[in-house]
Write a protein that binds this ligand. Structure first.
Ligand code: ZN
Length: 134
């Protein structure tokens, strides 16, 4: 499975990660199916934002509500950065991930890696392809 995102949208995410470093940045992926059409930066409300991320629940709830009411794109996933880590889910990411099968993008060392969250408790992340369209 390949996730698709426009170059300009990916650039907004990279800029957010650069701005937030050395803290982890995080945000929402909006779109349809496997196509990310927009990203929305959110506050990282984790107790240790240099090591973990937690998307501001108000941002998530607001986006879900807007989509339900028909004036917003669907929330199809989440992104965050690992300023000093690898572009792969950490053990904490796995422990904290909701088993919702949504897309996770992780930015690290200039790379963006794509995954699918587990769909059931006890499952793990699945690596996906990421196509960055011009
Ligand atoms: Zn992480």
């Amino acid at each position: 499975m390949t996730i698709r995102i426009a170059h300009q949208t990916a650039a907004m995410m990279r800029a957010h990660a650069d701005r937030a470093a050395p803290l982890e940045c995080c945000g929402l992926l909006l779109g349809q199916g496997d196509r990310i059409e927009a990203v929305r930066a959110a506050d990282n409300v984790a107790a240790q934002p240099e090591r973990h991320f937690e998307i501001d629940p108000a941002a998530l709830i607001g986006a879900e509500r807007a989509a339900r009411q028909g004036h917003g794109l669907a929330v199809i996933g989440y992104y965050h950065s690992h300023p000093n880590g690898r572009a792969a889910p950490s053990p904490t990411d796995l422990a904290m991930a909701a088993p919702d099968g949504r897309i996770w993008l992780i930015l690290a060392q200039g790379a963006i890696a794509a995954f699918r969250a587990p769909e059931r408790a006890g499952d793990t992340f699945r690596r996906c392809g990421l196509q960055i369209d011009p």
